[in-house]
Write a protein that binds this ligand. Structure first.
Ligand code: FES
Length: 331
């Protein structure tokens, strides 16, 4: 030990009491195992976090006593992170309390920059201390700490995924295809064109095969509003008029401003209103924007009927639905 750092012979406090692990090899081994178990629990928490992130669907809910219905994905992430951090902290504390040297030392004050010999002393002291802590000897702790710290570096990398998927073409397409039946939402029932009265409005989705589930992300893009006017009400180009069926017209329900659901239809004025920023679309003129910040009409779905008279899509949407910034050319 250097001259500047030396053990305090008589610090004026009660005599130092040795810990069990300092004097009893069995207690030392037990303490070592405790620390390893705490680090192993930390590693378990990290694994739980990773498994929850990768395998638990984001829309799965489970019942938890006291807490009620909880999102299983979020619960797994939270629990995993809490267990990982809590037990790695507990492991370090337990290691320090039971196994690290607890000798009190004093450092003499001196000028800021140490002399070369002091610096060399410092390095040799650090090495000596590292040896005293027993990193080389306590391979169980070293390995479990290494595993816990190594695993704890993975979640931040995984969370990069939360920056979102690369959308590629997914924002430009919906589930609507030629021949897809329009079904009520909710209810999932096909719609006979003859059942819609003039003035009626309905929210519809594309029919899915029996037993299969709709993805939430699909519902967000596929929702369509069906409105029946008198055929003479329309002021459309021939091309847009051909996309209607006997006074029935279908528009994407997703606002072309920022993607809210266009949920209000004024039967008197035949206007569709978006509640978010009051964009107003004129239905007879093909959902032309007559007020508000939306930059383009609601995309129109080309519809017709099948042999039984049920409404079907004649073609997919010919342009992306939703906010105009998804389709930069339309801004
Ligand atoms: S999202 Fe519809 S007006 Fe802004």
């Amino acid at each position: 030990m250097s001259n500047e750092i030396e053990a305090i012979k008589d610090p004026g406090v009660p005599a130092h009491v040795h810990r069990a692990a300092d004097i009893d090899p069995k207690a030392e081994k037990a303490a070592e195992r405790q620390v390893a178990i705490l680090f192993a629990l930390s590693a378990f928490g990290t694994v739980l976090l990773i498994l929850s992130y990768v395998f638990v669907p984001q829309d799965k809910f489970i019942f938890v006593p006291v807490m009620g219905s909880q999102n299983a994905h979020q619960l797994g992430l939270g629990l995993g992170m809490a267990i990982s951090l809590f037990f790695i902290g507990m492991g370090l504390i337990q290691w320090a309390r039971t196994l690290m040297p607890d000798t009190e030392v004093v450092a003499q004050r001196h000028e800021f920059r140490s002399s070369e010999s002091d610096r060399e002393d410092f390095v040799s002291t650090i090495k000596e201390r590292a040896g005293t802590v027993g990193m080389g000897r306590r391979s169980l702790i070293k390995k479990s700490l290494g595993a816990a710290l190594g695993l704890s570096a993975l979640p931040p990398l995984l969370l990069l995924r939360d920056l979102g998927p690369v959308p590629s073409k997914s924002l430009e397409t919906t589930s609507w295809k030629a021949g897809t039946r329009l079904v009520t939402d909710p209810g999932n029932r096909p719609i006979l064109a003859s059942d819609l009265e003039v003035g009626a409005v309905a929210q519809v989705l594309p029919e899915v095969a029996e037993g299969s589930e709709r993805a939430l992300s699909d519902i967000g893009k596929d929702a369509v509003l069906l409105i029946r006017l008198r055929p003479t009400d329309f002021q459309l180009t021939a091309k847009k008029l051909a996309m209607t069926h006997d006074g029935i017209i279908a528009f994407s329900k997703i606002c072309s401003h920022m993607g809210c659901a266009v949920a209000l239809y004024e039967q008197q004025t035949k206007h569709l209103l978006c509640p978010c920023h009051q964009s107003t679309f004129d239905v007879p003129r093909g959902a032309k924007v007559i007020f508000g910040p939306a930059a383009r009409p609601l995309p129109q779905l080309d519809i017709t009927v099948d042999a039984q008279g049920y409404l079907i899509a004649r073609a997919p949407f010919s342009e992306p639905v939703g906010p105009s910034f998804w389709e930069r050319n339309s801004q």
